[in-house]
Design a protein around this ligand. Structure first.
Ligand code: APR
Length: 243
């Protein structure tokens, strides 16, 4: 397999999606039946679903929490953490995933643009920050209230809500010389447009996954295969002396 070379002073931006956690046993979202772990997205991951049925939304995310806590990082997560260690201050990882497998593999400069399973926040947006919360709630009555009286909701960006820290993401893409995208179908925006932003700047854009994403034509390289098999050893950071 050909290596992807990175100069030691280049910055790398990585975007990951559900596919990178597939080999850890966490299923991707868009199964062939169009369901999300057996659920319709509209029933569990929209502001309207939360208003109509907070118990159902919590039941779904409590099950995701439980599965996420039992899963372990795989070689793809580890490979990205090792790459970050070789590029101090020049590596940024943006994940659409709400599991914490990247941080458990050792990634540090990391942003969860769609939220985090291991956190909850007030439904009223009362200004209090999200809190660490790994509890697998069995019933809505078990979910604590915020001090303001609002119900705690999963710290998840529902469909129709704006992803987190978009300004920071744009800044990081503007700095990067290489964009690596792993295990995402290219069907959810704005994440699916990041590759276009990088291409407008003429940067290298590499996709890794077992099938072409919907936005495949925007990549300079599409490497077909499983992330856990392709990523380890794929990126080679050149020495200063090899410049
Ligand atoms: N290695 C790499 N990629 C894989 C692997 C693997 N072992 N197995 C599956 N994939 C790929 C699939 O081919 C698919 O293209 O991962 C992709 C998963 O796509 P989706 O299920 O659509 O997940 P994602 O793109 O992350 O979804 C984006 O949409 O559902 C919302 O908020 C949710 O963050 C999520 C966002």
């Amino acid at each position: 397999m050909k290596k992807i070379l990175v100069r030691p002073d280049d910055s790398v931006f990585v975007l990951t999606g559900a596919g990178i956690s597939a080999e850890s046993g966490l299923p991707a979202f868009r199964a062939s039946d169009g369901l999300w772990a057996g659920y319709r997205v509209e029933d569990v991951c929209t502001p309207d679903a939360w208003r109509r049925d907070p118990a159902g939304v919590w039941a779904f995310y409590a099950a995701r929490r439980d599965a996420g806590q039992k899963a372990l990082p795989n070689p793809a997560h580890t490979a990205l953490a090792e790459l970050e260690a070789q590029l101090p201050g020049r590596f940024f990882l943006c994940t659409q995933n709400v599991d914490d497998l990247h941080e458990r593999a050792g990634s540090v400069n990391l942003l969860h643009m769609h939220g985090e399973l291991a956190k909850s926040r007030c439904e009223r947006e009362c200004g209090r920050p999200p809190v660490e919360d790994r509890t697998v709630y069995r019933a809505l009555d078990d979910v604590p209230r915020c001090p303001c009286g609002g119900r705690l909701r999963p710290h998840i960006v529902f469909f129709g809500e704006i992803p987190l820290e978009m300004d920071r993401i744009q800044d990081e893409i503007a700095k990067a010389k290489l964009m690596l995208v792993v295990g995402t179908s290219g069907s959810v925006y704005p994440a699916a447009s990041f590759v276009h932003w990088a291409r407008q700047r003429g940067e290298r854009t590499v996709y890794i996954g077992p099938e072409e994403p919907l936005n495949a034509s925007a990549f300079t390289h599409v490497l077909e295969g499983k992330a856990g098999e392709l990523l380890p050893g794929l990126i080679h950071v050149e020495n200063m002396s090899s410049n």
